[in-house]
Design a protein around this ligand. Structure first.
Ligand code: DQQ
Length: 543
């Protein structure tokens, strides 16, 4: 079936076949980036979870290696679940992961490379002492999973890890353990953090970011708190399957973390991505001196379709993450710079006017693997004096009519994976709203509702607010790769990932358009650059 085979991506990481979920234990070792991942060797649906493994020189081209770990001990026979790597100062690597035991209890296990001289880290040995941690009193036997990368506590220099859970009242929380040797652990009396009503926290991540505009580098995980350093805490909420982060302060004396703003706490405030994106994990890349984020991008088609096509899920394009020092209140996420090495033919369009109610075709040739950078200038003067009654409070991407709604100052943006007749298209757009105070609020959204004629899909309009500072133009970066569209607004302040499954806008029929459905504003695509992206080399490793 050529429609199904077209959906496979060309520059996103995917295993050769079958089901994949969370990224696990990312790390850099002796010249190679390593990515492990949750994988079902037997089918395209979740189950029999093992650790797949691949290596790369540049985070884009990958060699598939043999499985790193399989369920073969009583303490992980029901699944080698998610875990994280820590590189010790002497170069040693420790991998902590959750095992689902023969009784389906969640325990933490330790594994180490069998041969540290192998840069490919092909063989892993599980510790004799496993499990090294079992659920403590008061914690549910199946609510104890996904250990983080360890960091050094600045006060006593011992290691700390955190593990997500929930309490009896459905508060999401992160436990902290102290260890010197990764075999023996002490549970600390205080929680790293807890947020009422947020339920089970999966795949917790805690890492430092620089608050100084002069330091664009990422920070190594053990960087102590202090001037110029904030800590990001992230949890994947099992209840709503989204990744929430907040910016705050880690206190080494008490091993607690406090959000800068209690209203923008973990699970109730900001998300890494407003589309399909879950169970993510960062690592510090010592070569690129940056923090890199991987996220699991699931399917939004049916299980039946996944079985037919023989695979399910991809990993996001790895993203560099840093604090947005201009706003101070959100992260910036941006595709790692190596993606740009895939750019082939590029086309530039400057000063294209998109008048209210119009659609402008863009002739770029093949449009199934693209990297797009667009900067818009918006003349809002036509909307001056016209104040919407409800303002920003009344709009949301999900309820605002999507790309076909018509407001004074939006929607406008791009249509990708669209056929000539626009019978299928995925819209990436801005929508501006003026409040009664006269201030503009900007929304960034992706509309999948008309992305496909197929009827076995979850199709939504995703999105949220995006901060726009005085004097800034509106800008979008979009990566298109067959069945995935990743949008990054204002340098990565707000990000949205869509999985889409066109039936007509495929192969040569996939096109791209500018559109403006606002009634009152003229939009100029001040600069628009569109590159066709090469396919990445993602193949089995041959010894
Ligand atoms: N997936 C893993 C768990 C984790 C969940 C199991 C998140 O360890 O909590 O495959 O997607």
């Amino acid at each position: 079936n050529s429609m199904l085979s077209w959906q496979r991506t060309a520059f996103h990481f995917q295993p050769p076949n079958n089901w994949m979920n969370d990224p696990n234990g990312p790390l850099y070792y002796k010249g190679w980036y390593h990515l492990f991942y949750q994988w079902n060797p037997d089918s395209a649906v979740w189950g029999n979870i093992t650790w797949g493994h691949a290596v790369s020189r540049d985070l884009i081209h990958w060699l598939h290696l043999p499985l790193a770990m399989v369920p073969d001990h009583w303490y992980d026979i029901n699944g080698v679940w998610t875990g994280s790597a820590t590189q010790l100062p002497d170069g040693r690597i420790v991998m902590l992961y959750t095992g689902a035991t023969e009784e389906s209890v969640q325990v933490q296990n330790l594994a180490e490379p069998a041969d540290p001289n192998d840069p490919l880290l092909r063989e892993w040995s599980k510790a004799e002492a496993n499990p090294v941690l079992v659920p403590p009193p008061g914690i549910g036997l199946t609510d104890f999973r996904d250990p983080t990368t360890a960091w050094r506590n600045p006060a006593d220099s011992a290691w700390r890890i955190t593990i997500g859970s929930k309490d009896r009242d459905h508060a999401g929380l992160a436990l902290v353990y102290k260890t010197e040797d990764f075999l023996h652990y002490d549970l600390l009396p205080t929680l790293l953090h807890v947020v009422k009503g947020t339920g089970m926290w999966e795949c917790v991540d805690l890492y430092p970011v620089s608050t100084s505009p002069a330091v664009e580098d990422g920070l190594e995980t053990s960087t102590p708190p202090g001037p110029g350093v904030k800590h990001v805490l992230k949890a994947s909420l099992d209840d709503d399957r989204n990744d929430y982060y907040a910016i705050g302060t880690y206190d080494g004396e008490t091993d607690t973390w406090t959000p800068d703003n209690a209203d923008i706490d973990v699970g109730i405030g900001l998300r890494y991505d407003y589309g399909k994106f879950y169970a993510s994990k960062t690592f510090y890349d010592p070569v690129g001196r940056r923090r890199v984020l991987w996220g699991w991008i699931g399917e939004t088609d049916s299980e039946r379709a996944d079985i037919l096509k023989g695979w399910a899920s991809l990993q996001s394009i790895p993203r560099t993450v840093m604090l947005d020092t201009k706003t101070g209140s959100n992260l910036l996420q941006w595709p790692v710079v190596e993606v740009e090495n895939l750019r082939m033919r590029g086309k530039s369009f400057d000063g294209l006017d998109v008048s209210p109610g119009s659609v402008v075709p863009l002739d770029v040739g093949k449009a199934t693997q693209l990297d797009i950078e667009a900067v818009f200038e918006v003349d809002t003067s036509a909307a001056d004096g016209v104040v919407t009654e409800a303002g920003a409070a009344a709009y949301s991407c999900g309820t605002g009519g999507g790309a076909v709604g018509r407001g004074l100052m939006g929607p406008f943006g791009l249509l990708v994976l669209a056929d000539d007749q626009l019978s299928e298209r995925t819209a990436v757009f801005f929508y501006l709203v003026k409040g009664v105070d006269g201030n503009l609020t900007t929304f960034f959204c992706q509309d999948e509702l008309r992305s496909s004629k197929a009827n076995d899909l979850v199709k939504r309009v995703y999105g949220s607010l995006v901060p726009v500072l005085d004097g800034e133009n509106l800008s979008i970066r979009i990566l298109v790769d067959h069945s995935i569209v990743e949008g990054f607004a204002q340098g990565g302040r707000t990000c949205i990932t869509s999985r889409v499954y066109p039936t007509k806008a495929i192969y040569e029929s996939a096109k791209i358009f500018l559109f403006n459905n606002a009634t009152n504003v003229r939009v100029t695509a001040k600069s628009l650059k569109i590159w066709e992206l090469n396919s990445a080399y993602i193949r089995p490793y041959v010894d």
